[in-house]
Design a protein around this ligand. Structure first.
Ligand code: GLU
Length: 288
């Protein structure tokens, strides 16, 4: 059994991260497995070295250990590029030059009625750039966002079954074998971005490639990423990668029931450390 904790060094780790990391580490230990740490720093505009240093300090303080060297996604860009090239060669990607505002406007056009649909990747892409003549020809373009043509991708997969195993619980308690419907993928997930202009990859692509490259057999992560798993399974099938099983866990919430975010500095592990809270007390606070 190999699992991982994959934080982004774009802010302090908070109680929710502490729970996720501790849970993954304990599940690995209970199974006699391995626990890996991965630094998800593809957003170089927001990633900072001092946040990465603090991640190591916080996790060590919690009593965790992990294998070295730690994989940093910013050092793995050629692997993401190779996967993009393979999908491009099959005509499954197209360049997209829409700005956020264009997407919002097109998605909320009056004839569509009401608020734009949102999926696990934000607003459902209205398809503006999908059928531009000649856009899928030539070599893999650089410096432009690349979207997956979801309908074509599913067509390419044909009868391949789309499903994953959930050992935790989805938002409605879903567990066991979770089957994915191609129609739902088209209607509620759509043409997700696989490469952002300034990153040369995206969260979805990088996470799928790295989980496979690191031999991760169980992805332990928060329930907020349950919907994104559908995207990950499609990418695994397209790239011929094995699917790990998924253990989506409950989220740690504040007193008002909102889930914690990076901006909740008051709930940063470092803030509790500075106040003299012990690792055992912190475990207690997250219900472990
Ligand atoms: N890097 C993501 C985050 O900080 C986690 C991704 C994952 O566990 O799949 O939320």
């Amino acid at each position: 059994m190999i699992t991982r904790f994959a934080p982004s060094p774009t802010g302090p780790l908070h109680l929710g991260h502490a729970y996720s990391a501790l849970l993954a580490w304990e599940r690995a230990r209970a199974a006699g497995g391995r626990f890996l740490l991965r630094i998800e720093d593809i957003d170089q505009g927001r990633a900072r070295a001092h946040w990465e240093t603090q991640i190591y300090e916080d996790l060590r303080w919690l009593g965790l250990d992990w294998e070295v060297p730690v994989l940093r996604q910013s050092e793995n860009l050629p692997a993401y590029r190779a996967a993009l090239a393979a999908l491009w060669a099959r005509g499954l990607l197209y360049p997209c030059r829409c700005r956020r505002r264009d997407i919002l406007e097109a998605a909320s056009a009056p004839q569509e009625g009401g608020a734009p649909l949102t999926g696990p990747d934000g607003i459902l892409y209205p398809g503006t750039c999908r059928d531009r003549p000649g856009a899928r020809q030539g070599p893999l373009p650089q410096d432009v966002a690349l979207r997956l043509d979801m309908a074509r991708a599913l067509e390419a997969l044909g009868e391949t079954p789309l499903a994953f195993t959930e050992t935790g619980a989805g938002p409605d308690g879903a567990q066991g074998e979770i089957a994915l419907s191609p129609r739902q993928l088209i209607e509620t997930v759509g043409d997700v971005v696989l490469s952002r202009r300034e990153m040369g990859t995206s969260y979805h692509l990088a996470v799928v490639i790295d989980d496979a490259a690191q031999g991760v057999s169980e992805v332990t992560r928060g329930r907020d990423l349950f919907e994104a798993t559908a995207i990950h399974v499609v990418l695994q099938r397209l790239l011929d990668l094995p699917s790990p099983r998924y253990h989506h866990h409950r989220l740690i919430r504040d007193e008002d029931g909102r889930r914690l975010a990076k901006r909740d500095d008051a709930r940063a592990i470092a803030a509790y450390r500075a106040e003299g809270v012990s690792p055992a007390e912190l475990r207690d606070m997250v219900g472990l």
